[in-house]
Design a protein around this ligand. Structure first.
Ligand code: SF4
Ligand code: SF4
Length: 382
């Protein structure tokens, strides 16, 4: 019988998943599994699952490796790219070290050029991502996914059958539903959980390498939160939606600062949050690759032009989660999200929703200034 953990301990389990996963990946490698390092929510994980790969996120979240990266890369680049590349060149990340294959994608310019450099030392496949959700782009993306599937089959001598793809899509859909349900506990007013705990959970789940374990852990945590209904910790706090770039590397200075300032993050629209689990793959589609392509193109990211899905998601989520204010987080030098801030700001004006945008990177030093700005924003919310 498994040990019954208190809620804080259960959250800690997810926070520790990233570091505890190192040994697991080593064991999986030793048992003959192949490992794919991935960087983006657009990576079609069903194809990797169906090929028997373990996929693991290599997105860098620490400033520690940035000096290593700056030997090769310009200083004025997104910290997520520099941190990820720094882990690659310095061999400080066991997940990067154990990856048999790096799967990149042509999202933003910095990332796609980084994959080119990584390709010098590691086997790399770069997916050519279309820039919109138009029908012809879905067709293009489906063809690109077929090219990816063919590459894996030839390179690794595996067969990715339609049946395996459907099975993978089914399981990934169940995980997406469980992720969504977990975030949706925050629809209660007051909400029962701290946003920072939920974010670390959503991120940490990716470092559990068995799909059924991920599903069971997410479900177990949600049921425990619902049963304990610990809403008192958030009584009277302002309900905040966080949108923008991936924030794993700036979590404390953004979400931490919000929750130190009488705010409670009730919804994350960004990558580790809801946008990655709002839409499902149509498992029964006659063309499963097309269905996977269609679902992934509807993620809603600023690399798309136009990025109508993100605006639609934001419009719906601020209502569904009874939000008092929206905070947009842009990582330094992320052009797509930076430019798109104007559209988010216009949308929030139209919805009469208080809004602020902050820009930050991974280096320490701006925490005080961010905290002051966030405190002032939350204080002025009605
Ligand atoms: S923000 Fe966009 S480009 Fe960056 S990881 Fe998420 S989906 Fe990929
Ligand atoms: S945060 Fe922006 S610049 Fe950084 S990797 Fe993502 S899309 Fe590219």
């Amino acid at each position: 019988m498994s040990e019954i953990l208190s809620l804080p301990k259960r959250f800690e389990e997810f926070t520790d998943a990233r570091k505890n996963g190192f040994l697991k990946v080593k064991e999986l490698k030793e048992s003959g599994k192949k490992v794919a390092g991935i960087f983006c929510t657009f990576t079609p994980q069903e194809i990797l699952d169906a090929a028997g790969f373990v996929s693991v996120s290599l997105c860098g979240m620490s400033a520690e490796t940035i000096p290593d990266a700056e030997v090769d890369l310009p200083k004025n680049l997104c910290p997520l790219i520099k941190s990820s590349y720094g882990f690659y060149v310095s061999d400080k990340c066991p997940y990067t070290y154990f990856s048999d294959l790096i799967v990149g994608e042509t999202t933003c310019d910095g990332k796609k050029k980084m994959y080119e450099l990584m390709g010098k030392g590691k086997k790399t496949f770069i997916l050519h991502l279309p820039q919109s959700e138009d029908e012809f782009e879905i067709e293009n993306w489906a063809n690109e996914l077929r090219r990816f599937k063919d590459f894996i089959e030839k390179e690794y001598g595996v067969r990715i059958t339609e049946e395996k793809l459907r099975e993978a899509a089914k399981l990934r859909n169940v995980e997406r539903i469980e992720r969504r349900k977990l975030m949706e506990v925050q629809k209660q007013n007051p909400a029962p959980a701290l946003g920072i705990d939920l974010y670390k959970t959503m991120d940490g789940v990716g470092f559990l390498f068995d799909e059924q374990v991920r599903i069971d852990k997410l479900k177990g945590l949600r049921e425990q939160i619902e049963a304990e209904n610990n809403y008192k910790q958030n009584e009277g706090k302002k309900r905040i939606l966080v949108t923008g770039c991936p924030i794993g590397g700036v979590l404390d200075k953004t979400v931490g600062a919000i929750e130190k300032s009488n705010g409670n993050v009730v919804c994350f629209e960004n990558c580790a949050g809801l946008k990655a689990c709002l839409r499902l793959v149509d498992e029964n589609s006659p063309d499963i690759i097309y269905a996977i392509a269609k679902r992934y193109l509807s993620i809603g990211c600023a690399v798309m032009a136009p990025d109508n899905t993100r605006m639609k998601n934001l419009r719906e989520l601020v209502k569904e989660f009874q939000v008092d204010g929206v905070i947009n987080v842009t990582l330094h030098a992320c052009t797509t999200y930076d430019v798109e801030s104007k559209l988010v700001s216009d949308l929030m004006k139209e919805l009469n929703m208080p809004y602020m945008s902050v820009e930050c990177d991974y280096t320490p030093g701006d925490e005080g200034q961010l905290l002051t700005r966030i405190q002032a924003f939350i204080e002025m919310l009605k």
